[in-house]
Design a protein around this ligand. Sequence first.
Ligand code: ZN
Length: 415
Amino acid sequence: MDLVIRNARVRGQAELVDIAIDKDRIAAVGQASVGKAGQEIDAAGSLVLPGFVNLHLHADKSLLGEVMRPNVSGTLPEAIEITNDFKRKYDPTEVADRASRVLDAGVRNGTTFFRLFADVGTIGGLLAAQGLLLARERFKHLCRVQVVAFPQEGIFRDPGAAGLLEEAVKQGCDVVGGLPWYEYTDEDARKHIDVCFEIAKRHDLDVHMLVDDTDDANSRSLEYLALKTMHEGFHGRVVASHCGAMAAYNDVYAAKVIDMVATARITISVNAHINLVCSARLDREPRRRGIARVKELLARGVNVISSQDDVNDPYYPFGKPDQLEVALMMAHTAQLTLPHELEQVMDMVTVNAAKAARLTDYGIASSCRADIVVTDAPSVHEALRLQPIRKHVIKDGREIVRTSITQELRKSSSK
Ligand SMILES: [Zn+2]
């Protein structure tokens, strides 16, 4: 045995367990039944999770906040405008350097799988995609990375984008993105989805779109995406991010669409903290929160995840990135505070996200890939509440992060 993590608190198990790792796989999970190994880690009763999964991160734009002008309106359109100024002069190495800083921070916080969105369109061409593919290569020993070819300026609003999407896929992008709600008309939004599916089918790739990311109750692209997913037999292969218009839909229409989403087995990525900042900027009071109907989605059995989305960029000035922080904000925003709801929140950054990425060897169980994070808290509740350090991060059976802090509270007044 190469590595054993002892005294681990694993979700769903009453007693502490030992996790034995052989090469890049978990060999066994059990109680004190595991022999000596080359390396031993004592989790000391802390919660041990499979590595976090972040399926929505605009790493090409990350950290532009360090150099950009402020987003005065706080809206998505102004964020897009600011980003375009940078995109015209992107250099793949510079994009990769910024993305690398974000991946580095994410790995230190226990994320071992990332899906990075690369803007592809006539303004920046393939420069962002090439930068993120370079970052993927740099980080291949530290985390798994997928790159999404993402038409940030639309497909029909940006003639030429469809050909560039196809080319981005040929150059190595793993997933086909989309932004149908951004088109000028419903008809163009539907055609946008059709184009994305044609590319996905040609290259046998999964689809991950940003859908109905608007306060407009009439935004209808999630409905068509669900229909298209069913017609094309893409059940379980599509993620729809944001879907904030769901908050504005009337209740009858929302129930219909949620039912379609469940039938199509579409995953909804509710990056609630981003919508909390960017949505409903035109509202007077009471101000909407503009996030998808999380509890209704969960009640219908929809696979719901949450992702970092933005890190100090024109859309959002924060983000460490840390999926535990994302989960905490999700708990607040969707009002998921009961014990079983905290478990649901943790699922959104672990098993649900892994399911959306179709990772079949994910988890803390025998034969799963040994991508593991050892927290410094004894339970899911305490991990969310305390946002503790990640004492160890294991990737493919190898310890890649070790964290400790020293802090002293000096109670005595005597010297
Ligand atoms: Zn996004």
